[in-house]
Design a protein around this ligand. Sequence first.
Ligand SMILES: NC(=O)c1ccc[n+]([C@@H]2O[C@H](COP(=O)([O-])OP(=O)(O)OC[C@H]3O[C@@H](n4cnc5c(N)ncnc54)[C@H](OP(=O)(O)O)[C@@H]3O)[C@@H](O)[C@H]2O)c1
Length: 291
Amino acid sequence: MKTLVTGARGQLGCELAALTNEIDPSGEYVFTSSEQLDITDRSAVLEMMQRLKPQAIINCAAYTQVDRAEDEPERADAVNHRGSAYLASTAKKIGALLLHVSTDYVFGAGVSHTPITEQIAPNPMGVYGFTKLAGEQAIRDSGCRHIILRTSWLYSSHGYNFVKTMLRLMRERSEIRVVNDQIGSPTYARDLAAAIVHILREEPTDDKLGTYHYCNTGECSWYDFAQAILKYAGLSHQCRVLPCTTAEYPTKASRPSYSALDTTSLHRTFGLSIPHWQDSLQSMLRTHPEL
Ligand SMILES: NC(=O)c1ccc[n+]([C@@H]2O[C@H](COP(=O)([O-])OP(=O)(O)OC[C@H]3O[C@@H](n4cnc5c(N)ncnc54)[C@H](OP(=O)(O)O)[C@@H]3O)[C@@H](O)[C@H]2O)c1
């Protein structure tokens, strides 16, 4: 199956490139960076898809800067909403399956205190979440064959993420404070990439299409996450991590107080076994001692 990947230089795109090279070297993948394919350029999207005729499109392209999105709603909307819509209408036109990645931030405050299922109605709190939700809706409205995978708290050895920021701060400072009242599920982008490859290799029939949640199992606060990074990176002698509240650490965009996702449906439908976030964090830190 020929598969085109957008946003290939991001965390997920890089993990997909590395993984497919390892486990599916004979697979036909076309990885495109934002320079090679700008998903907000409707005619460029159509031209490339009609030329390459992929059977599947994996959309890893997104505007992911949650706080900056509050000041740049049009840019966030252009990528997360309209870009996704262009991919969807093109996928419909050429008969490709669109696998699109979305976020736990489509859910807002006080939704739940137990992992959120696909049946719960989204209720975003900020521009990023609103634009990602609009992108999801445009894909559903387009009528293209699609799978939307919502994920959360993504990290990898590539790009910018919480794990890399914490490792830097833990080496620079003797003490850091991390919020203890936002709960979610950290997700190693490599695990998500493996899940995506698994799903597409199955060549899912129409009854398996739709919206699913994927995150590593287990849940924690950002503070718990930071404590685990400190422990597994062997930096406990260098830095102390202390808890603080969201009110003590205000950010431009509001974030959900609880956004752990329920992955039962994905597990049942595709037979995926999903690693616990602590195991994946350890594995990532072991594989990347240079971080
Ligand atoms: N990061 C998280 O914590 C998190 C959590 C939940 C869900 N997600 C979702 O997971 C997916 C992957 O996230 P990620 O962390 O891998 O994101 P990322 O590292 O920020 O990468 C996003 C990529 O999208 C590219 N991009 C931006 N605008 C584009 C455009 N107009 N056309 C084509 N490419 C464009 C960027 O290109 P440049 O490199 O050129 O800027 C970048 O390489 C996204 O859908 C995101 O919303 C992320």
